[in-house]
Design a protein around this ligand. Structure first.
Ligand SMILES: *Cc1c(COP(=O)(O)O)cnc(C)c1O
Length: 843
């Protein structure tokens, strides 16, 4: 008989073991070895059978075992110590507490969070990044409140049909069996957020709280009895359903999310966020709710509220793939926002925030950029690509000046580094060894790499076998799976989601060539591959099928495997055990990529196209760069060229180096690269580095700006709104009337002073409302400037509405130069003069 529903009952713990409850529900255990060991010691078998899930483990251990442990003084003492350690971790001052003038609170909104496989609320890189952000924030003591949705089925579980077609399952999760608790009011009843929908309907959601170390993660859940049946499905799945489903989810996470933060702060006394971080466009409606708050409670008008909200908002864009940008039909947005969703914010103002050149579409990334005074991409290259991609929002400026910066993503070291590797590097650091030596011998380093590779090999065998059973094979047919992979063979990993641009099957361009590398008698290679395709993406599923069919061939199946159901629980074995991490996206479509970073933390060497993070951190000694055919437009030819380059690198560089052994069996030229990777890359790819960058360069300036606009009953916001209105009125009449230069001789020399003078009609603005700049740089045939030096010009006189401005510039280059003058808005509350996208150049 099948159960109608499942639910979990927690065991009653003996008093001496009571702290296990908190240790199980605070997700800090996911990156704390001693806590994991403690749970494993409760019941080794249950720890394994639950896949290392403390909440489920406590539900499975019998009362007899619990009584036995409660009577074991040494175990009880261990529980006390680990619990004390958690208490200290949660309350002691950390990095953040030692600094001044930082934001009192930060709201971090994301559509997905990948904290642990026990809370499967993520689909891929974006979610894992968000999870790593929370963990690093916790370690640093950053007062973050995170907000997302709790999906009844999370993302799907992947399996394969016999012919290699992706199958999706959506097992439903019982929140009671997850490390969550409900946010309740003083009367003990769950607090609900309410969101108004069209036709007078109301959507309600309860708020689950996950504790990620010191950081609360609020997850909204619409599957409650108070909701109409159709509304209960809103939080059914991550990235499932049509546009209508999606906009309802995004309304809930953004607008409901801000309300959840308010409720949480009200109940717990947590400091209200001064800064809101929108992690990708999905959660962008949060800005509209914060505007509504200011309009209804602080008496601001819409423009003033916009100025106030922008000051305290940071927006991070994550994709340079146009199809990856979240957009809605404009009518759909209009439908939802004409209801009482954000009273006081007129619908046409909402629509204007997401406007794009296509008048029928509403663009969540454009709204994100317009609602945030500070925006960034997630690697240096992605910052540059984003400045080009979104330059239409700052018309009149060249892409390099578009105010989108970058913070390169990072990964949470304590989560992703194998314990053996932590032990090795920590031990060496304590012994004061030089960075690339670690005081560790080559043979010890190689031994650890071998241990991790061997662990991966057993995991591969286990999973290959399980997958074949699932695909319909019978036990007696599967003897060969015990001989899949070899713990001594060069192991290459490729695992990530399967959108087309990541080119899962690039390695199959020349199947004969790949086969010969796999089967090379002296220097064989083995490949472990994994990844899910979005359920609606049949082209991705075809790539998986092509890969599976290749790997099913009995001639190669011991050297290449596709493992279904890529998730965090599988990923860690791959990052620990692979010698080489392969990444071959279509440059520059990989915004950052983080899996290679996780491999590097474990001494894996990256073999990657110079895209995302690898473009800035590849240094010639930490792995290999696959050359790209950037200018080649024919995609087939480009794939051929890049695949050939990949095969060449693998067979002429990677494999020979791996198999070049000394008398002790150690490949010392290889271990030199491993050492260099561990020493130089590890610090740079840490999420703690990423979060400190955000705190220092983004959150703190945003909080400062938010305080300045809010002070004195929002005097700054009012002034900024008034300034923008004045600019809008005057700007069409602003004109550069005349430009002259003097001082430079007929054939001037490099460095000689040149005085630029401009007469500007300010159209009624005052000189302090504008910034007039002289721009001098190299000029090409069509007068385009490059390498330009921009100098502010000072007022030197006025006549009526015109003002004269002047600057003296040292000629910056030899060769053919050009100059011009431009007028920009200037206000001390703007983050930069480019921010408003307004500029006047000489006619
Ligand atoms: C790190 C990680 C990703 C993201 O990998 P990318 O290289 O950024 O695509 C996806 N899924 C899992 C399970 C991960 O651990």
């Amino acid at each position: 008989m099948r159960a109608l529903r499942r639910f979990s009952v927690r065991a009653q713990l003996p008093a001496a073991l009571a702290p296990l409850q908190d240790l199980a529900t605070n997700l800090r255990w996911t990156w704390h070895g001693p806590t994991q060991d403690l749970f494993a010691a409760v019941d080794e078998a249950a720890w394994r059978s639950t896949g290392g899930d403390p909440v489920r483990l406590l539900g499975e251990v019998g009362p007899a075992r619990l009584a036995e442990l409660a009577a074991d003084d040494r175990f009880v003492e261990r529980v006390r110590e680990v619990s004390e350690d958690l208490r200290t971790y949660l309350s002691e001052p950390r990095w953040y507490q030692g600094r001044q003038d930082l934001p009192a609170g930060i709201g971090y909104f994301s559509m997905e969070f990948g904290v642990s496989e026990v809370l499967p609320n993520y689909s891929g890189g974006l979610g894992i990044l968000a999870g790593d952000h929370l963990k690093a924030a916790s370690d640093l003591g950053v007062p973050l409140i995170a907000v997302g949705l709790l999906y009844r089925s999370g993302y799907f579980r992947q399996s394969l049909s016999l012919d290699g077609w992706q199958q999706e399952q959506y097992p439903s999760l019982d929140p009671q069996g997850l490390p969550l608790h409900l946010l309740t009011g003083s009367d003990g009843a769950p607090l609900l957020v309410h969101v108004a929908l069209p036709e007078g309907r109301v959507l309600r959601a309860r708020i689950w709280v996950a504790s990620v170390g010191r950081v609360p993660l609020l997850l909204l859940d619409a599957d409650i009895e108070d909701n109409d049946a159709d509304l209960r499905h809103i939080t059914d799945r991550l990235y499932g359903g049509d546009s209508e489903h999606r906009i309802r989810q995004e309304i809930l996470v953004g607008i409901g999310g801000v309300r959840a933060v308010r409720a949480y702060c009200g109940v717990t006394g947590h400091a209200a966020p001064e800064v809101f971080h929108t992690n990708e466009g999905h959660a962008g409606f949060l800005g509209l709710e914060r505007m509504r708050e200011l309009v209804t409670t602080a008496g601001l008008d819409v423009d003033q509220a916009l100025a106030a909200v922008r000051a305290g908002t940071v927006f991070t864009t994550h994709t340079p793939v146009p199809a990856g940008i979240d957009r809605f039909p404009i009518g759909l947005v209009e439908h939802y926002f004409s209801a009482d969703l954000v009273p006081g914010i007129p619908t046409d103002r909402v629509l204007a925030l997401g406007r794009e050149p296509d008048p029928d579409m509403f663009n969540m990334a454009h709204m994100g950029l317009r609602l945030a005074q500070r925006s960034n991409g997630v690697s240096q290259l992605h910052g540059e690509v984003s400045r080009g991609m979104f330059s239409s929002l700052w018309g009149g400026f060249d892409a390099p000046e578009v105010p989108i910066g970058s913070v390169t993503n990072g990964v949470h070291g304590p989560t992703w580094t194998a314990r053996e590797m932590v032990g090795l590097t920590a031990g060496a650091a304590a012994a004061g060894a030089g960075p690339e030596l670690f005081g560790v011998s080559d043979s010890l380093l190689w031994e650890v790499r071998g241990t991790l590779r061997a662990r991966l090999v057993s995991e591969v065998r286990r999973r290959v076998r399980a997958s074949w059973l699932d695909r319909g094979a019978s036990e007696p047919e599967l003897g060969w799976t015990e001989r899949v992979f070899d713990p001594n063979v060069l192991t290459i990993g490729f695992a990530r989601r399967v959108p087309t641009y990541k080119r899962l099957t690039l390695m199959l361009r020349d199947q004969e060539r790949l086969r010969s590398m796999l089967l090379d008698p002296e220097r064989p290679v083995q490949l472990v591959i994994a990844g899910k395709s979005h359920p609606a993406d049949d082209s991705g599923k075809r790539l998986i099928q092509e890969m599976v069919r290749f790997a099913d061939d009995p001639a190669v199946r011991h050297r290449i495997v596709f493992l279904p159901d890529y998730d965090m629980s599988m990923a860690r074995y791959l990052y620990w055990g692979c010698d080489v991490w392969l990444n071959n996206p279509l440059r520059p479509l990989e915004a950052c990529g983080t899996s290679g970073m996780k491999s590097a933390l474990n001494g894996g060497l990256n073999l990657s196209v110079r895209d995302g993070w690898w473009d800035e951190l590849y240094d010639g000694r930490n792995g290999w760069a696959i050359p790209t055919a950037d200018g080649v437009d024919d995609p087939d030819r480009r794939d051929d060229i890049e695949a050939a380059a990949l095969y060449d690198l693998m067979s002429t560089q990677v494999a020979p180096l791996f198999y070049d052994r000394g008398a002790d069996g150690v490949p010392d030229r290889w271990t030199a690269l491993v050492r260099h990777t561990l020493a130089t890359l590890s610090p740079k790819v840490q999420a703690s580095r990423m979060v400190t960058d955000y705190v220092t360069d983004w959150y703190t300036p945003a909080a400062r700006a938010a305080r300045r606009v809010a002070a004195d009953a929002f005097a700054g916001a009012k002034e900024l709104a008034e300034f923008r209105a004045r600019l809008d009125a005057a700007w069409p009449s602003v004109r550069v009337a005349e430009v002259d230069v003097s001082g430079a001789a007929d054939t001037p020399v490099l460095g000689a002073p040149m005085t630029v003078r401009a007469t500007v009609d300010l159209g009624g603005l005052s000189a302090s409302d504008v910034l007039v700049q002289a721009v001098v740089g190299r000029a090409d045939e069509s007068d385009e400037l490059s390498g330009a030096v921009v100098s502010p010009m000072a007022t030197v006189g006025s006549a009526g509405d015109t003002q004269t401005f002047e600057a003296t510039v040292a000629l910056p280059h030899a060769g053919v130069l050009g100059y011009t003058v431009r007028v920009l808005p200037a206000h001390e509350l703007l983050a930069s003069p480019v921010e408003l996208g307004k500029v006047v150049l000489p006619a």
